[in-house]
Design a protein around this ligand. Structure first.
Ligand SMILES: *[C@@H]1O[C@H](CO)[C@@H](O)[C@H](O)[C@H]1NC(C)=O
Ligand SMILES: *[C@@H]1O[C@H](CO)[C@@H](O)[C@H](O)[C@H]1NC(C)=O
Ligand SMILES: *[C@@H]1O[C@H](CO)[C@@H](O)[C@H](O)[C@H]1NC(C)=O
Ligand SMILES: *[C@@H]1O[C@H](CO)[C@@H](O)[C@H](O)[C@H]1NC(C)=O
Ligand SMILES: *[C@@H]1O[C@H](CO)[C@@H](O)[C@H](O)[C@H]1NC(C)=O
Length: 455
C-alpha cells in the first residue's frame, strides 16, 4: 500500500506542476481526481466504447476528443486505455467554502449584486429565488412543482408582465396537437419560453446561469445586460435546480455526482438514475445507450452512470417537471442549460439517422444565436443536432420537448468551457457566461417573434 501511496503523491505533484495555471489547487488535504483527454490520435470512438465497457465516468465526448474522469478513489485508468496517448489534468474535488450572508446580495440591481460572483448551495439558490420574487413581485410567480426522491421541494419561477391568470394548476393537462404552427402575436397571448438548469447535478454553471438569466429578465431596462424587454412578447418559465437532491449531494459529499438520489429498490446498493435519460420519448432500458449497441450487453445495471430507470418518468423530479410543463400555455422556446463543451444543439438526441422536419429553421436560428453569443465575449459555440455533437442518447428532455410538447425551437446549450476546467469552471466566469447566454436567448426570442409575426 505504501509504495502506491508514494507513487500517487509523486504523480500528483507532477500533475499539479504540469497543469500550471490551469488548475487552482489548494495545497494540503485536497483530494484530486484526474481528467484524461484522448484526442483523435487515440481513435475517439474506440476510447468512448472502451470507457463505456469499463463504466468509466465520461465527462465529454465529441468527434475530436473524449474526456474521461477518474475519482480520487480510483485514480488509474484500465490498462487498455492507459497505453493510448492522452493528457492528464488534476481536478480538485473540494467544494468551495461559502462564506457570506444573503443580506448582502441586494437583488435590486443586476450589475451591483454580489450573488453572481460565486456558486451557491441549494438553500442559497432557494433564498435567491424567494428574494428575487419579493424584489419584483409584480412580474414573478413562484411555483411549487412537488417533491424530490429525498423529500425536498422543487421550485420554478415564472416571469411575466402579462396579467396574472390562473392556469388550471394541478388540474387536467392540456393535450397539445403535435407540431402546431408557431403561435404567438396574433392570438394576443404572450409566447412561453422554458429554461432549465442542471439535471446533471455537477453541471453547476448551468444552474448558476439559470439564476443569472432570471435576474437579467427582471432587471430594470435601464441596466446594462437587462433583457427584460423580452417580456413584452414572452413569458419565461425557469427551473434553476431540476435535481435538488443531486445538487445538494455535490456540495456535501461528491462534487462530481451526476444522477438524482433515488433509492432504486431493495436489491441494489446503487443510488440514482440519469434524469436526462428518463423522459418519455424514445425511452430505452438499454443502459449502454447509443444506437450502435443493438442489445444490452448486461442486464440493466442501476450502478451504471447512464442508468435510465425501469420506466419513463420514474424519477419523481422528471415527473414533477413534466406535470408542470404540460400545463404551460403557448410554449414556443426551450433551452436546457448544461455543461460543458460550448455547443448549441437541436433535436434529435435519440438518433443521428433522422432529421426533424423543422431542422432548417432550427439550425438557422441556432447559427444566428451562436454568432450573437460570440459577439458578447468572443466565445465560440458549435451548432448541430445533439446526437451528432455527442452520441445517440434516448429518453432526453430535448426530444421530449420537441416531439411531445411540440416546441419547435428546443435546444440544449452546453455552456463554458471546452475542458480546461470542465465541471470545475471557476466562479469568475459565471457573469460572462450569463451575459453571453442572455445574448443567445435574446437572439432566439427575436427570431421566434419575427417568425410568429410573419406567420
Ligand atoms: C496534449 O498536449 C499537447 C501539448 O500541449 C498537445 O499538443 C496535444 O494536442 C494534447 N493532446 C490532447 C489529446 O489534448
Ligand atoms: C440596494 O441597492 C439599491 C440601488 O443600488 C439601493 O437604492 C438600496 O438602498 C440597496 N438596498 C440595500 C438593502 O442595501
Ligand atoms: C451600481 O453601483 C454604482 C456604484 O455604487 C451606482 O452608481 C449605480 O447607480 C448602481 N446601479 C444600480 C442599478 O443600482
Ligand atoms: C405593481 O403593480 C401595482 C398595481 O398595478 C402598481 O401600483 C405598482 O406600481 C407596481 N409596482 C412596480 C414595482 O412595478
Ligand atoms: C428603472 O430605472 C429608471 C432609470 O434609472 C427609473 O427611473 C425607474 O424608476 C426604474 N424602474 C423601476 C421599476 O425601478
Amino acid at each position: 500500500m505504501a509504495p502506491r501511496r508514494l507513487l500517487l503523491l509523486v504523480l500528483s505533484s507532477i500533475l499539479i506542476y504540469v497543469s500550471g495555471d490551469q488548475q487552482v489547487l489548494s495545497a494540503e488535504g485536497t483530494k484530486n481526481g484526474y481528467l484524461r483527454r484522448f484526442g483523435v490520435e487515440s481513435s475517439v470512438q474506440w476510447v468512448f466504447d472502451t470507457a463505456k465497457e469499463h463504466d468509466l465516468d465520461i465527462w465529454h465526448a465529441s468527434k475530436s476528443f473524449v474526456d474521461v474522469y477518474s475519482p480520487p478513489e480510483e485514480p488509474f485508468l484500465p490498462a487498455d486505455l492507459a497505453k493510448l496517448p492522452h493528457n492528464t489534468t488534476a481536478v480538485s474535488t473540494t467544494t468551495p467554502k461559502h462564506i457570506g450572508t444573503n443580506s448582502e446580495w441586494n437583488l435590486t440591481s443586476l450589475i451591483n449584486t454580489t450573488f453572481h460572483e460565486s456558486y451557491h448551495p441549494l438553500y442559497e439558490i432557494n433564498s435567491f429565488i424567494n428574494q428575487l420574487s419579493n424584489a419584483y413581485p409584480n412580474i414573478t410567480r413562484l411555483v411549487s412543482l412537488g417533491h424530490t426522491a429525498e423529500g425536498r421541494e422543487m421550485t420554478a419561477l415564472s416571469i411575466s408582465t402579462g396579467p396574472y391568470k390562473p392556469q388550471n394548476e394541478g388540474g387536467k393537462k392540456k393535450k397539445r396537437k403535435k407540431q402546431r404552427k408557431t403561435p404567438g402575436a396574433k392570438d394576443g397571448m404572450k409566447m412561453g419560453f422554458v429554461i432549465i438548469g442542471a439535471q446533471h447535478a455537477r453541471e453547476w454553471i448551468a444552474t448558476a446561469t439559470s439564476t443569472y438569466l432570471a435576474h437579467a429578465l427582471v432587471a430594470n431596462k435601464s441596466e446594462p445586460h437587462s433583457i427584460s424587454y423580452l417580456l413584452d412578447h414572452f413569458d419565461f418559465h425557469i427551473i434553476p435546480v431540476p435535481n435538488p437532491d443531486g445538487y445538494s449531494y455535490t456540495w456535501e459529499t461528491d462534487r462530481y455526482w451526476y444522477k438524482n438520489r433515488q433509492i432504486l429498490g431493495p436489491y441494489t446498493d446503487c443510488v440514482g438514475l440519469d434524469m436526462n435519460r428518463n423522459w418519455g420519448f424514445k425511452w430505452k432500458p438499454n443502459v449502454k445507450g447509443g444506437e450502435k449497441v443493438t442489445r444490452p450487453r448486461e442486464p440493466t445495471n442501476p450502478c451504471s452512470h447512464w442508468y435510465p430507470g425501469t420506466r419513463p418518468f420514474e424519477a419523481p423530479e422528471v415527473n414533477n417537471m413534466e406535470n408542470w410543463i404540460t400545463t404551460l400555455p403557448n410554449l414556443v422556446g426551450f433551452i436546457n442549460l448544461r455543461s460543458y463543451g460550448q455547443m448549441l444543439s437541436s433535436p434529435y438526441s435519440y438518433t443521428c439517422n433522422r432529421v426533424p422536419k423543422d431542422a432548417e429553421d432550427q439550425i438557422e436560428a441556432a447559427l444566428g444565436a451562436s454568432q450573437k453569443l460570440k459577439s458578447i465575449h468572443g466565445t465560440d459555440f458549435q451548432t448541430g443536432s445533439l446526437c451528432s455533437m455527442l452520441y445517440a442518447a434516448p429518453g432526453n428532455i430535448l426530444d421530449w420537448m420537441y416531439s411531445r410538447e411540440a416546441i419547435k425551437y428546443s435546444y440544449v446549450a452546453h455552456l463554458r468551457d471546452t475542458g480546461t476546467y470542465g465541471f470545475a469552471l471557476p466562479a469568475k466566469w459565471i457573469r460572462p457566461t450569463g451575459e453571453e447566454t442572455s445574448g443567445l436567448i435574446d437572439y432566439l426570442a427575436r427570431f421566434i417573434a419575427k417568425q410568429a409575426k410573419s406567420a
